[in-house]
Design a protein around this ligand. Structure first.
Ligand code: FAD
Length: 316
């Protein structure tokens, strides 16, 4: 670790792969948070953090926003997670609107706060995630370059994103696999997938990576799961990621939502919990290395799915 005073602390911090592999007693789980936008959201985040702390996730990740104050909050809160909780944080960072110098500075800020686990992402165009990607004139084009940069800066443990349905900008699944392999060969130790709904898509991604490169295929592909609690919300999230809800799941959720002016939240939630539980059961059977839950900074839904699975010490 070259960046400043945190050497002693960070040298004892485990990597995500170590944390997953040393886990005993079933499949580990992990959770994703996003940087809160205001004081009320921040209080909610900390309530979720304290609940999850009692459930011993393998790690927690903190996403990186499109700009300004949410970016500062990612750095600050990831630091607080490292220093003020028992959790192992992974801080996301993206190449969006950052020069190389800024990216180096950002990695240094994480190191200063005792964070050695980073998720390297290209990110999406701010404002319109599906719009044209424009690289910063002094920045980076692809996540693979960010992986290399972080590795050059010190003893960081780097993860990347993977896409069970293929990234929406990739021309084919084969091309998508080739680019994922590029990030793994550049030194990424694992990947976390975009949230998905069909376990078969995850299994095929895993098969493609193993078939294309058995060595890289040893690296964990951690499935991203979102326990659905609102149809409107999941539609929006999926749309912004350039993905789609499979028709049979959309139909089930729409039936539960009903035809009223407002969706029937309780019914949607019931179906959402069932879907997430069934997916997780199959992922566990198929040997997924960890279950990574997108929490939207709420603990309740994830806790319920974990309780259904009989996993973790679940506080009341
Ligand atoms: P890349 O690997 O750089 O891929 C971007 C596009 O370029 C893809 O279409 C890929 O196929 C193509 N490509 C890659 N390499 C090459 C190459 N050598 N030549 C030609 N084409 C290439 N976004 C945020 O803003 N903040 C976050 O915190 C965040 N967290 C995420 C966490 C997870 C688990 C996931 C799955 C996504 C996350 N995202 C986040 C969204 C992510 O930034 C977008 O999905 C983005 O479009 C792709 O990022 P990437 O890192 O996979 O990029």
């Amino acid at each position: 670790m070259r960046a400043s005073q945190s050497t002693e602390r960070t040298s004892r911090t485990p990597s995500i792969v170590e944390r997953i592999r040393e886990h005993r007693g079933g499949t580990p789980f992990s959770v994703e948070f996003y940087p809160p936008r205001n004081e009320v959201e921040e209080q909610r985040l900390w309530r979720a953090v304290r609940t999850f702390e009692q459930m011993h996730p393998a790690f927690v990740s903190m996403t990186y926003g499109a700009g300004g104050s949410t970016r500062d909050r990612t750095v600050r809160i990831a630091g607080q997670l490292a220093q003020e909780t028992t959790l192992l944080p992974v801080a996301h960072l993206t190449a969006v609107n950052h020069s190389l110098d800024e990216l180096r500075g950002l990695v240094g800020s994480y190191a200063d706060r005792g964070i050695v686990n980073l998720l390297a992402l290209r990110g999406d165009p701010p404002g319109d995630p599906l719009g044209n990607w424009v690289k910063h004139p002094e920045g980076l084009e692809y996540a693979e370059e960010l992986v290399r940069l972080i590795r050059e800066l010190g003893d960081f443990h780097v993860g990347v994103a993977s896409f069970p349905e293929g990234h929406y900008r990739a021309a084919s699944l084969e091309e998508d696999t080739r680019f994922l392999l590029g990030t793994l060969r550049a030194g990424a130790e694992y990947s976390i997938t975009q949230m998905f709904f069909e376990v078969d898509d995850y299994l095929r991604l895993r098969d493609r990576v193993v078939a294309a490169d058995p060595v890289q295929g040893e690296k964990p592909i951690i499935p991203g799961i979102m326990p659905i609690t609102s149809l409107r919300q999941v539609r929006k999230i999926v749309e912004l990621s350039g993905s789609q809800i499979p028709a049979h799941i959309e139909e089930r959720l729409a039936r539960a939502a009903g035809n009223g002016p407002e969706e029937d939240k309780a019914e949607v939630r019931k179906v959402g919990m069932e879907l997430a539980t069934t997916m997780c059961e199959r992922l566990i059977d198929e040997g997924a290395p960890c279950l990574h839950f997108c929490t939207l900074n709420f603990a309740k839904a994830t806790r319920e799915v974990l309780a259904n699975l009989g996993m973790a010490a679940v506080p009341a």
